[in-house]
Design a protein around this ligand. Structure first.
Ligand code: C2O
Ligand code: CU
Length: 505
């Protein structure tokens, strides 16, 4: 292909003779081995100390440099009770600046962990104390909010499980499993290099060829015949949307980002975009082996094995599983939101790409699979050359024409704001975008005009190419917050804006 890029700072233009210094370090010298994740139970008022530092881990026979919270990959899983408040004392013992963003948790603005928006970055050797409150039960996670592309790919993430305060029967702990689904891109010497000065793979995001569950390429789960497992699943990939299947097992969708659905449903597959979370119950009808797959229209990967040993099915448990429960408290909470489905949108946003690439035929930039979701990097050469220096992904306010950080919305605490997201399929590179709002929660009222009759609190929703998604955002938490695409490379290529929620007087 013959193309002229407007900026000299494409990857190919960067002399490799400058050595590793233009990249973040990949040295594993004197690093400790990463440890597996542990759960940390925190009570109201507790303080937990966490350190960010470099570790090494062998993946597919290669020893690679990574980053970890308290030496663990994934980091320590925090288990707290809804309504509690805890303090995380974060010490940065790494050689890069960082922050901690408690994704999806409606915390006080000062502790949202967004570099240069809610706090200054934590430099090497510095500390920051995060006072976190947990108003909502659900499955959340934490990760840095500075160079998310590099730091997330390097392993800085873990779950926060907020248990409902009113939980009558606490789930049997043995039946709970937490799964981080991720892909990483490796070369002979570690993670495929990251430039210190800017983000590469800005077009489609950084896809990886190495699939992992909880940082394992050979994830296994054991279960008993007739057993029901509750899986808490988080997609921590930079860009890859996964479509999970588990042939032979029966899957019941129970919850998502910020709690339970109004009604449980049986599903055959689960499409999960970066940063989304899903809670499912899985029933294994008979002994044998099952395979957890990432299965798309164009590819299939094995993510893990489930070994189910012979046992006897507990008829009471099975009946419980076969029953699709209605969560009447959620239904009640959602009723007034359903009523707003036909209200016209207060705000409209269009998602698009601006590459400043003069005469380029946009068809050239399109993926080849013709799906609303880009499942693979079908143009790795071009994707690698596109950086945050020459690529601008845009969120455009359709009413004002303003884009990205020029959008500065103001709302009042208590507002219910209907926001229409339109992912323009005629753009220079149509693809899906998982759009995330900080500090608040929302519901997806409708997609392409079709009402969503089963609501759940979300903080991120996937907008496939060509789709129109109507959100109702509950502006409950005062402060100045970010909203952005959660594809890390798109975030760093401009695809973000700020909005302010003014406190009720
Ligand atoms: Cu997962 Cu702006 O965050
Ligand atoms: Cu995006």
């Amino acid at each position: 292909m013959h193309m002229q890029f407007p900026s000299p700072r494409t990857e190919t233009a960067t002399p490799t003779t400058q050595g590793e210094s233009v990249y973040f370090s990949r040295s594993t010298d004197n690093l400790p081995e990463a440890k597996p994740s542990e759960e940390v139970v925190l009570k109201n008022g507790d303080t937990y100390a966490m350190t960010v530092s470099a570790v090494k881990k062998t993946i597919n026979g290669k020893e690679i440099r990574l980053l970890a919270y308290n030496g663990m990959l994934p980091g320590p899983r925090l288990r707290v009770q809804q309504g509690d408040e805890v303090t995380i004392l974060l010490h940065n013992a790494s050689d890069i600046e960082t922050t901690l963003h408690p994704h999806g948790v409606r915390v006080d603005n000062a502790f949202d962990g967004v570099a240069d928006v809610t706090q200054k970055t934590i430099k090497p050797g510095e500390d920051f104390s995060y006072k976190l409150r947990f108003p909502d039960a659900g499955l959340f996670w934490y990760h840095p909010h500075v160079r998310d592309d590099f730091q997330q790919e390097s392993g800085l993430y873990a779950n926060i499980r907020v248990e409902p305060r009113s939980s009558a029967k606490p789930a049997k702990k043995s039946a709970e499993e937490y799964l981080f689904i991720d892909d990483i891109s490796l070369d002979a010497n570690g993670l495929t290099p990251f430039f210190q000065a800017f983000t590469n793979y800005a077009l489609m995001g950084r896809f990886g060829e190495t699939m992992m569950v909880n940082w394992k390429t050979d994830y296994t789960l054991s279960a008993q015949e007739g057993e029901i497992k509750r899986l808490y699943i988080t997609n921590s990939a930079n860009t890859r949307t996964f479509r999970l299947t588990l042939p032979g097992a029966k899957i019941k969708l129970v919850g998502s980002d910020g709690g339970l659905y109004e009604r449980e449903t049986f599903v055959d597959e689960l499409t999960i975009a970066p940063t989304e979370r899903y809670i499912v119950d899985v029933f294994f009808p008979k002994a044998g082996s099952y395979t957890l797959l990432h299965s798309t229209p164009i590819s299939q990967y094995k993510l893990g094995d489930v070994t189910v040993s012979a046992g006897s099915t507990d008829a009471v448990q099975q009946k419980e599983f076969e029953t699709l429960h209605v969560q009447s408290d959620v239904t009640q909470e959602m009723a007034p939101l359903h009523a707003l489905v036909s209200k016209s949108p207060d705000k409209e946003l269009r998602l698009d790409l601006d590459m400043g690439m003069g005469g380029m035929n946009h068809q050239m930039m399109m993926g080849t699979d013709g799906d609303k979701i880009e499942w693979e990097d079908t143009m790795p050469g071009m994707n690698r050359m596109m950086t945050s220096e020459n690529t601008v992904w845009k969120i455009i306010d359709a009413q004002t024409g303003k884009a990205n950080m020029d959008i500065a919305w103001t709302f009042q605490q208590g507002d219910l704001v209907k926001i229409r997201l339109y992912n323009d399929p005629r753009g220079a590179h149509p693809m899906q975008h998982p759009i995330h709002f900080h500090g608040q929660r929302f519901v997806v009222l409708s997609t392409n005009g079709v009402e969503n009759t089963n609501l759940v609190w979300k903080d991120t929703t996937l907008v496939p190419s060509g789709d129109t998604v109507d959100l109702l955002v509950e502006m409950s938490n005062p402060g100045t917050w970010m909203a952005h695409c959660h594809i890390a490379e798109h975030l760093h290529s401009g695809m973000m804006f700020e909005y302010t929620v003014q406190a009720k007087k």
